[in-house]
Design a protein around this ligand. Structure first.
Ligand SMILES: [Zn+2]
Length: 341
């Protein structure tokens, strides 16, 4: 009888999957079926669309910072978990997994998977430039790269970060001078702390934060990130919000505690292409822009690339045309294809 050759399988089945001789390794799963006991689950960072597995009974791996931010925001305790550190390998059988800095937010990781005859990288969400709270993503060499394509459209080229920082500060100072309160609607973890640091470092304006942002701030402080803020729920916070002369940081879509004299703003990569109505908008992204993504992929030396999220189809096409790399959107796997190898 012909012997079936085992091959590694990569794809999406409610999460990013790499099947190896040592079992299935799952990254950032969103579906319970991938969280059974035998799967090793790696969580790349603390944004809510990546942390669903923290609820599950599976063996989970993440950085300490990712777990801490999650616990603060969810008021939950994670069990059955092992910490990982940048540049320190963990083993699953004979397979080694090397976590690396992803530059996307505090504690964010990429994972390099090293098997006997192949290396893979799962990028998670990446940012390839330094910010006030993160360092640019590492660029790991690999054979096969699974890369995010959130901004994998050539129109998403972000201005230099320093320039965007300067624009945000100038806008806020103008608004304060005119008697309005600059109010930022951003993610509670990651972007919020970058905005707070920006005003801490370059201005003397106090920064008031919505309670949920304050919780994420505590995790950042525990990790040694210097941020100075006043909780909106405190007497001092309430007074500042009435009086003005401060910055207010709250979450996207939240109107809670936003005063009538607020002048509202968004800080997101989408600002390059889309306006945000009456809000001011600034192209401050926690993700790599198109040019950064192309450079990152080229420098990994990957021979095969799978793109996921965002513009995965278009980005794959650009990689094939411009870099002559074999590239395609991450394939959807069936339960059967995973078991049948
Ligand atoms: Zn993210």
């Amino acid at each position: 009888m012909e012997r079936r050759v085992k091959e590694n399988k990569v794809g999406w089945l409610g999460g990013v999957i790499i099947s190896t001789d040592d079992g299935r390794i799952v990254f950032d799963p969103v579906a319970a079926r991938n969280m059974e006991r035998d799967a090793h689950v790696f969580i790349s960072h603390a944004h809510s669309d990546h942390t669903l597995a923290f609820h599950s009974g599976a063996m989970k791996y993440s950085t300490r910072e990712t777990r801490r931010i999650y616990e603060k925001l969810r008021e939950n305790t994670v069990r059955n978990w092992r910490p990982v550190e940048y540049e320190r390998k963990v083993r699953v059988g004979d397979t080694e997994i090397l976590p690396l800095n992803a530059g996307h937010m505090l504690g964010s990781a990429q994972f390099k998977v090293i098997t006997r005859d192949h290396t893979y990288v799962y990028s998670g969400d990446i940012n390839c430039v330094n910010t006030l709270t993160t360092e640019a993503a590492d660029i790991p060499e690999c054979d096969t790269l699974i890369v995010e394509a959130t901004y994998g459209d050539p129109s998403f080229i972000f201005p230099r970060r320093e320039r965007t920082y300067a624009k945000i500060i100038n806008w806020a100072l103008r608004e304060v001078k005119a008697g309005r309160m600059p109010t930022f609607h951003v993610y509670s973890s990651g972007k919020s702390q970058e905005i707070i640091r920006l005003f801490n470092v370059y201005t003397k304006l106090p920064v008031v934060c919505a309670p949920i942002v304050g919780k994420a701030n505590e995790a950042y402080r525990e990790a040694g990130v210097a941020i100075s803020f006043i909780g909106a729920e405190t007497a001092e916070g309430r007074k500042l919000l009435r009086k003005g002369n401060c910055i207010y940081v709250t979450t996207t879509g939240s109107n809670s505690l936003v005063p009538s004299h607020a002048s509202e703003a968004m800080a997101t990569g989408w600002a390059v292409r889309f306006g945000s109505g009456s809000y001011a908008s600034f192209p401050l992204s926690s993700h790599a822009g198109f040019d950064q993504l192309m450079k990152y992929v080229a420098e990994t030396g990957a021979k095969r690339v799978y793109a996921f999220t965002g513009y995965s189809e278009l980005f794959s096409e650009c990689l094939r045309k411009e870099l002559k790399i074999e590239a395609a959107p991450l394939p959807l796997l069936s339960q059967r294809s995973i078991l049948d190898f």
